[in-house]
Design a protein around this ligand. Structure first.
Ligand SMILES: Cc1cc2nc3c(=O)[nH]c(=O)nc-3n(C[C@H](O)[C@H](O)[C@H](O)COP(=O)(O)O)c2cc1C
Length: 300
């Protein structure tokens, strides 16, 4: 996650048995290298990198990934055909993030090792089709037999269990970790998120690339611009290149910044360590799995 997933969050998540991903999208090359190096020191568990393929420095970032020996790359926001083959040739496991059946078919054909299917509820960049996680996962499960991770709206054990029931092999969680102690997001942002309620996020910037964010002045500004039919170039100017998300998430400007976060934010009530978040999710998952398979749910 941009502005959230630095080495502290990633190593904490990996240390507790999950797979942390460095959010390279908001890092320049030096910062990116620094976070990989720090992460290698902070944990001896596997971790990976999220690599948005639209970045203009994607080739240079791949060079760093290879130099530093990172073995897992999750690509997003771009064509999986471009880099999958090359990364795999270098012994890297590649997962690609998709939000539609069409993208899943293309990713499968590009030879990715795994897919992350992200539904409408998710924070940050989102799909144009607006398909919810509940509808997306079973559809993608029919397309591919590859490992499939569900993303979007999952922040509890119940959510994780339902994703597995729908056909996922695992889950990718963003929002819940964005407000963890170890997230590098600004305290203002974390507090705003844990105080939010249902209905406080919306999908905006649909004319360029839909993004789920909290409603604030910036959100109103882009909504107004899109309604008035302002050109794509002008809207891009309004956002600035990563400018507004840095302002909101990293610098903590809750009014003028872009506050990317998912719908499940309404269920997040505390800023706490990753370890606590993961433990709670796994315990809830197990309790609910057992309850669902118990006799009281069986019919004669
Ligand atoms: C603040 C924020 C930043 C994100 N940045 C990225 C990113 O750089 N690349 C990416 O592939 N996904 C990004 N995402 C999406 C997450 O990786 C994840 O798929 C999503 O948050 C899952 O849905 P959830 O928010 O309901 O947990 C971001 C999400 C958030 C909340």
């Amino acid at each position: 996650m941009v502005w959230c997933s630095g080495w502290k969050l990633v190593s904490a998540v990996s240390d507790f048995g999950c797979l942390g991903l460095i959010g390279s999208g908001s890092m320049d090359l030096d910062v990116f290298k620094h976070h990989i190096k720090k992460c290698k020191i902070a944990t001896n568990k596997p971790f990976g990198v999220n690599l948005p393929l639209y970045s203009k420095d994607v080739d240079a970032k791949i060079d760093i990934i290879l130099q530093e020996g990172v073995k897992i790359v999750f690509t997003s926001a771009g064509n999986p055909k471009l880099y999958t083959k090359m990364l795999k040739k270098e012994g890297i496991t590649v997962a690609h993030l998709i939000s539609s059946e069409e993208q899943a078919i293309k990713s499968d054909a590009a030879g990715v090792d795994a897919l992350v299917a992200e539904g409408y509820e998710a924070g940050g960049h989102n799909g144009h089709n607006e398909t919810t996680t509940l509808c997306l996962i079973p559809a993608i499960r029919k397309i591919t037999s590859k490992p499939l991770m569900a993303a979007g709206g999952i922040g509890t054990g119940q959510g994780m269990l339902s994703a597995m029931c729908l056909g996922a092999d695992g889950v990718q969680i963003g929002t819940a970790f964005a407000v963890s102690d170890e997230s590098s997001a600004h305290e203002n942002f974390k507090l705003k998120v844990i105080q939010s309620k249902e209905g406080d996020t919306a999908l905006a910037l649909k004319s360029i690339s839909p993004v789920r964010m909290m409603k604030n002045d910036f959100y109103n500004e882009v909504q107004k611009a899109e309604k008035e039919g302002v050109s794509v170039e002008e809207i891009k100017e309004l956002i600035g290149i990563m400018g507004r998300s840095k302002k909101g998430i990293f610098d903590g400007d809750l009014i003028k910044g872009e506050l990317e976060i998912g719908q499940v934010s309404a269920q997040m009530k505390k800023i706490r360590p990753c370890k606590e978040i993961i433990k709670e999710i796994l315990n809830e998952y197990e309790e609910n799995r057992i309850a669902l398979s118990s006799d009281r749910y069986k019919y004669d």
